[in-house]
Design a protein around this ligand. Structure first.
Ligand SMILES: NC(=O)C1=CN([C@@H]2O[C@H](COP(=O)(O)OP(=O)(O)OC[C@H]3O[C@@H](n4cnc5c(N)ncnc54)[C@H](O)[C@@H]3O)[C@@H](O)[C@H]2O)[C@@H](O)CC1
Ligand SMILES: [K+]
Length: 509
C-alpha cells in the first residue's frame, strides 16, 4: 500500500480527474460513503452523533457522511464550524445536496451555543480539516478541537485528525485526538511518526475509486505479509545448501557471547545455507552449544574482545555481517574497515559495528557493493550527528538523504521500521509489538536480515521481508505462547519456524 504526502495525494486526485473523467464531486461522494460504511460498525443506533464540518474538501466529506448516516436512521447533528462564504466548489455542492435532502444544518457562531450540542454527543466525527492544514489551528477551530478533546466521547476523524500535519518535520501543532481515523485512499506519512501517530488512534484505509493503473508512482510503500508471500525466495526440492548463501558473521566478545549466537541461529533459521561465525576464540565453546550448525573461525582477542589485527578470510563467502556483540572498543575499528574493504558480497553492519563506522564514513562511501546498516534512532543519531528528536520527526527524509549520500540500504528500526534503498525507495514495516523492546531482539533481526540478503538478488525485498518476518514472529508469539513481558529474543529465534511455515509458498518439485 502506498504512503503519501499531501502533495502526492493532491496529484493522485488530479490524475484521477484528468485521466478518467471522474469529477471531484463523485470522489467526495465516494469518500464520504466509504467513510460512513467504515465508521458504522463503531457507532450505535442510540448514540447521539455530532459531525463537525470545516471549510475545505474534508468538510465536503463531512456533508456526505452526515447525510449518509441520517439516511440510515442514525441520530446525527451536522455542524458547519466555518462561515458560509468559506464553503465553495465540491463541498458547497454537497452542502446543497445535504440541505436539499431535508436535513438541518447547524452553523457555528458562538461557543456557548455550540457547546451543549458537543457535550450531549457520545460520538464526535471530525471532518474539519484534512491534508489542507497549514500552520497551527486558527480560531474557532483551535477552541473547538480543545473542547472536543476534553469531552468524553468516542472521537472519530476523517482522513486525518484536524490540525495534524500530513507530512514529517512539523512539531508545532494542536490536533484532534482521535480514537479512530478513517483514512481516505492512502495512509499519509504522519501515520508513521512517533510524535504524530498517537493522534490517529486506530486507523484503516478506505478506497474511493481512484484509477490504480493511472496513478503516479510513489516510492514509499507499506510492506505487508501479502507482499512477503509474493516475494519470498522459493526453495525448490532439488536445492543445494551452496545455493542459499554462504555467509560469515563477525562479532561477539567474552562478555557478550549471546548477541552473535542469537544472530547466527536466526540467520540459519532464516535459510542461510552455510554459516561461519568469526569470533573471539575464548567464546567458541559457549556459542557452539547454541548454534551447532555453524562453523567457526577463531579471531585474536585481547581482554575478551576481538582485536583490530583480526582479519577473517572473506573471499570464500557470498556475504558478511559484522557488529553484534563486538563491543565498543577502539580496536574493533580495524575489523570493521577490513570488512568494508574486503567483503566482496553484500555486507550488513549492526550495533557496535555502526559505532565503529562513524570514523570511516569515507570507506563506506567508496564501497560499491550492497551495504546494509541497521541502526535504531540512537545509533542513527550518532552516525549522522543529527539530534535524536529531529530523527524521530523526519525519519523518512533523513533516511533517504543518508542512504543516497553513502549508497547504502538503511533499516531504521522502531515501532515502525523504515527501510530505504540507495535510490530513495522506501518501505515501512509496522509488524511487531512492545515485547521486542528488549536486549537481543535487534541481534535476531540482524540474523534474519542477513539470511534473507544471502538468498535474494533484490536487497530491498530481502530486508523488507526480513523485517516483517521478525515482527510477525513477535506478534504470533504474544498471541499464542507468550506475553509482551516475558517474550525473549531467544523465543523469537525458535518462533521463526512458525512464521516461515505460514509465509512460505509451497515448494515446487
Ligand atoms: N478531490 C479531492 O481532493 C478529494 C479530497 N478529499 C478530502 O479533502 C481533503 C483535502 O481537502 P482540502 O484541500 O480542501 O483541504 P482541507 O479540507 O484539509 O482544508 C482546507 C481548508 O482549511 C483551511 N485551513 C488550513 N489551515 C488551517 C488552519 N491552520 N486553521 C484553520 N483553518 C485552516 C483553509 O483555509 C481551507 O479552507 C482530504 O483530506 C480529504 O478528506 C476527499 O473528498 C476525496 C477527494
Ligand atoms: K479531519
Amino acid at each position: 500500500m502506498d504512503i503519501v504526502t499531501a502533495q502526492e495525494m493532491y496529484e493522485r486526485d488530479q490524475v484521477a480527474i484528468e485521466s478518467t473523467g471522474i469529477d471531484g464531486k463523485m470522489l467526495m461522494e465516494s469518500a464520504g460513503r466509504s467513510a460512513a460504511d467504515d465508521l458504522e460498525p463503531r457507532i450505535k443506533r442510540e448514540d447521539q452523533i455530532i459531525v463537525l464540518i470545516g471549510a475545505g474538501n474534508n468538510g465536503g466529506d463531512g456533508f456526505v457522511i452526515a447525510r449518509t448516516l441520517l439516511n440510515r436512521g442514525y441520530k446525527v447533528e451536522a455542524w458547519q464550524v466555518v462561515p458560509d462564504e468559506k464553503i465553495s466548489g465540491d463541498a458547497e455542492a454537497h452542502r446543497n445536496i445535504f440541505e436539499n435532502s431535508g436535513f438541518e444544518l447547524k452553523k457555528f457562531s458562538r461557543m456557548e451555543e455550540f457547546l451543549p450540542s458537543l457535550y450531549q454527543a457520545a460520538v464526535i466525527i471530525d471532518a474539519m480539516l484534512g491534508i489542507g492544514v497549514e500552520g497551527r489551528l486558527r480560531s474557532p477551530l483551535a477552541e473547538i478541537v480543545e473542547k472536543a478533546n476534553e469531552h468524553e466521547a468516542l472521537r472519530l476523524a476523517i482522513d486525518l485528525p484536524t490540525g495534524l500535519p500530513a507530512g514529517e518535520g512539523v512539531h508545532d501543532f494542536d490536533a484532534f485526538n482521535a480514537d479512530y481515523t478513517t483514512i481516505i485512499e492512502a495512509p499519509k506519512v504522519s501515520v508513521f511518526l512517533q510524535h504524530t501517530t498517537p493522534y490517529y488512534g486506530e486507523w484503516s484505509v478506505v478506497e474511493i475509486g481512484l484509477p490504480v493503473k493511472k496513478l503516479p508512482e510513489v516510492k514509499r510503500y507499506l510492506w505487508s505479509v501479502k507482499d512477503v508471500k509474493q516475494t519470498m525466495p522459493k526453495r525448490v526440492s532439488h536445492s543445494h545448501k551452496g545455493k542459499h548463501g554462504k555467509g560469515v558473521m563477525a562479532g561477539g566478545s567474552y562478555y557478550m557471547p549471546g548477541s552473535i549466537a542469537m544472530a547466527a541461529r536466526a540467520a540459519l533459521r532464516s535459510g542461510t545455507g552455510l554459516l561461519t561465525i568469526a569470533t573471539a576464540e575464548s567464546i567458541i565453546p559457549s556459542v557452539t552449544s547454541y548454534v551447532q550448525e555453524a562453523t567457526f573461525s577463531g579471531l585474536a582477542e585481547k581482554e575478551g574482545m576481538i582485536t583490530g589485527q583480526a582479519t577473517p578470510e572473506l573471499s570464500k563467502y557470498d556475504g558478511a555481517a559484522i557488529g553484534m556483540g563486538l563491543g565498543r572498543h577502539e580496536e574493533a575499528g580495524g575489523l570493521v574497515l577490513h570488512m568494508l574493504q574486503e567483503c566482496k558480497g553484500p555486507l550488513l553492519i549492526d550495533a557496535d559495528g555502526l559505532y565503529a563506522l562513524k570514523s570511516m564514513l569515507n570507506a563506506l562511501k567508496n564501497r560499491s557493493l550492497p551495504t546494509v546498516l541497521t541502526p535504531h534512532p540512537g545509533e542513527f543519531a550518532y552516525l549522522t550527528g543529527v539530534p535524536i528528536q529531529e530523527i524521530l520527526q523526519s525519519p523518512f527524509r533523513l533516511s533517504r538523504e543518508f542512504a543516497s549520500a553513502y549508497g547504502v540500504h538503511l533499516v531504521l528500526k522502531g515501532p515502525y521500521t523504515i527501510i530505504t534503498a540507495p535510490d530513495g525507495e522506501q518501505r515501512v514495516d509496522m509488524t511487531g509489538n512492545a515485547g521486542l523492546a528488549k536486549g537481543g531482539s535487534g541481534d535476531v533481526l540482524s540474523g534474519v536480515l542477513f539470511g534473507m540478503m544471502l538468498q535474494s538478488e533484490n536487497i530491498l525485498n530481502a530486508l523488507s521481508n526480513g523485517c516483517v518476518i521478525h515482527g510477525s514472529t513477535a506478534d504470533f508469539l504474544i498471541q499464542e505462547e507468550h506475553s509482551k513481558t516475558d517474550l525473549l529474543a531467544s523465543d523469537l529465534v525458535e518462533g521463526l519456524s512458525r512464521t516461515f511455515r505460514t509465509f512460505s509458498a509451497p515448494s515446487k518439485a
